[in-house]
Design a protein around this ligand. Structure first.
Ligand SMILES: [Mn+2]
Length: 220
């Protein structure tokens, strides 16, 4: 079976790269399952600008011609629009025993326990932008805090790998950290598909032979 997996679109967020994503959707083969691995909507039920709403409409249209699975993330948990095409909403997804697909927030022991810090951090970031710094998504800014970011990333990776091992999966893919990477840990392949809020953007291509993290380039 063939599948295309993306995560962390954050539709509705000002940093969502909707133009690139619209081109990307237009190039997806019909014989591929499209898997949206969490944080697809930034804020459920917020009114969307027309170009962002158009992406949701396109996803709905695609669901009538090929299978679309939406794995919930921490931003879109509980987002179940009525009559949203044939989109399947799930909290976890799998491809045979090859790949476990989870957004990654369940593996994150750092962020939920540091809400006060995260709140202060977001506030500092907002103020920076108001004072004239180049606006970027807060996760993009957080990457400058390398030590903190490394702890966050490896925490998600290690718990994801542990879960994959315990349940007999060869590989696991997550989003959540907004940091694309492929690593091997304890014999399990961990693939993070990054986010569509900053360049470059990525998708995971699954074919019967291979799983490949691809950068979205000129082909899209
Ligand atoms: Mn996210």
């Amino acid at each position: 079976m063939n599948a295309i997996i993306v995560s962390d679109l954050h539709i509705g967020c000002r940093y969502f790269l909707y133009q690139g994503f619209e081109r990307f959707l237009g190039n997806i083969s019909e014989d591929h399952e499209l898997i949206l691995n969490g944080d697809i909507i930034d804020k459920p039920y917020a009114k969307l600008e027309p170009p962002h709403q158009r992406i949701l409409d396109l996803i709905e249209q695609i669901s009538y011609r090929q299978r679309v699975v939406w794995v919930r993330g921490n931003h879109d948990n509980g987002y179940l629009p009525r009559g949203f095409g044939k989109v399947h909403f799930k909290s976890l997804h799998t491809i045979e025993h090859r790949l476990l697909i989870a957004h990654g927030d369940d593996f994150d022991e750092i962020m939920p326990r540091n809400q006060a810090f995260i709140k202060a951090f977001k506030l500092m970031h907002d103020l920076r932008v108001k004072l004239g710094a180049k606006p970027v998504h807060v996760a993009h800014y957080a990457k400058r805090w390398e030590a903190f970011y490394r702890v966050l990333r490896s925490n998600v990776m290690m718990n994801a790998v542990k879960c994959a091992m315990e349940n007999g999966y060869e590989a696991v893919t997550c989003g959540h950290t907004h940091y694309s990477e492929v690593t091997q840990f304890n014999g399990v392949t961990y693939i993070n598909t990054g986010a569509w809020t900053e360049f470059p953007t990525f998708y995971l291509l699954v074919t019967p032979e291979a799983m490949t993290l691809k950068m979205v380039g000129d082909a899209f």
